[in-house]
Design a protein around this ligand. Structure first.
Ligand code: CA
Ligand code: CA
Ligand code: CA
Ligand code: CA
Length: 368
């Protein structure tokens, strides 16, 4: 009887029943997959911004897109192996959107800020090979001096596709994008927003029509994303160095969705190698910060861009993945070229809030 009692107690023991991803030895996370290094010299600051492309019909065949600001755009599979590379210039930030209308079909778009031509680069992603076909033909020249940050916005209200691109002087252009025939995309600036100093990271909440933009040495702003909306931004409290957990630059920004309204806004706090988490809902309360430390794979330092998805992808990332650029990539003790690190979203959310709900089947995009 005594033995049964002990076994009974043991079975109820929280630690033994916890899955591996709940066994956080410290308040930190570790990457479980990393991409191959980008093609660049070891000491070059070349990798910048990742974007996830989800294959909705076969999620395990999704891709990680990664910018190389000295060369172009890399496409990796979920094991981190390179599938394709588009040598189209110095691409700083990248983003992805779905179902762009091109004649009688729809395509999935990869876009970026091209510093070689000061343009918006727009490319069709091949859903099987990952190959990228350029559709802007270097014609979408931005009016901002030195393009820098970039993100897409696909309006749920109108179905219209837009891109936001910013420059070092604080200007953010909103471009309306449309097909021109079946092998080109054209665009025009429909609105200009202004910040006082250099922005970079941006992300749009398509479902709620909001643009979040990081001002590198100030914090995070939000703007209503429709072109007819007010151009006045609202500052997100505690998103700058008034918050002791944050050290500039504010770099990449991304959005984790649990449903149409709740989730988290996450920002790279580059100056202290950490990530700051805010409530997706107003007033966007600061919740906590975390780091990605060495485990089987080295940690993430001086991170530029980030992306996250709640969508379940495969056995390694059954409730989504958080992907970050790593400024100092090590293979054992040997420094190698920069790359991107992939973290199990379950671990990240458990650290943020043990009761946080996962939403592996929710699609946070307008796919109509
Ligand atoms: Ca960097
Ligand atoms: Ca920056
Ligand atoms: Ca950057
Ligand atoms: Ca590292």
């Amino acid at each position: 009887m005594a033995l049964l009692t002990i076994l009974g107690t043991s079975c109820g023991n929280d630690t033994e029943q916890s899955p591996e991803w709940k066994l956080l030895e410290t308040d930190t996370l570790q990457a479980t997959v990393e991409t191959e290094p980008v093609s660049a010299p070891v000491d070059e600051d070349a990798a910048d911004d990742p974007a996830l492309w989800i294959n909705f019909s076969s999620p395990a065949a999704s891709f990680v897109i990664g910018s190389n600001k000295k060369a172009g755009i890399h496409v990796y599979d979920l094991k981190g192996h390179e599938k394709a590379f588009a040598p189209i210039g110095d691409i700083n930030n990248v983003d992805v959107r779905y179902r762009f209308p091109m004649g009688d079909r729809t395509i999935d778009l990869v876009g970026g800020s091209n510093r070689s031509h000061n343009t918006l680069s727009l490319l069709e992603l091949h859903p099987v090979t990952g190959e990228l076909t350029q559709l802007d033909h270097d014609s979408l020249v931005s009016g901002v001096s030195e393009v820098y940050g970039f993100c897409f916005y696909h309006s749920k209200a109108t179905g219209q596709h837009y891109a936001f691109i910013n420059g070092k002087d604080g200007t953010i252009e909103q471009w309306k994008l449309e097909a021109a025939g079946d092998s080109a995309i054209t665009g025009s600036v429909v609105r200009t927003l202004t910040l006082d100093s250099q922005p970079e990271g941006m992300v749009a909440d398509d479902i709620n029509g909001i643009l979040f933009a990081g001002e590198e040495e100030r914090g995070i702003w939000k703007f209503p994303a429709e072109p007819g909306n007010s151009s006045e931004g609202a500052f997100i409290p505690n998103s700058g160095e008034e918050n002791p957990a944050i050290r500039f630059d504010i770099e990449g920004i991304t959005l984790y969705s649990q449903n149409d309204t709740s989730g988290y806004l996450i920002a790279s706090s580059q100056g202290n190698n950490s990530f700051a988490v805010f409530d997706r809902q107003e007033p966007h309360a600061y919740i906590t910060s975390f780091t990605i430390d060495p485990g089987k794979i080295d940690g993430a330092e001086e991170t530029d861009g980030i992306d996250i998805t709640n969508v379940g992808l495969n056995d390694t990332f059954p409730a989504g993945v958080f992907v970050v650029q790593d400024g100092f990539n090590y293979n054992g003790t040997k420094k190698v070229s920069q790359n991107f690190k992939l973290v199990d979203v379950r671990r990240m959310l458990y650290l943020v809030n043990p009761d946080a709900s996962l939403a592996p089947d929710y699609i946070p995009y307008n796919l109509d």
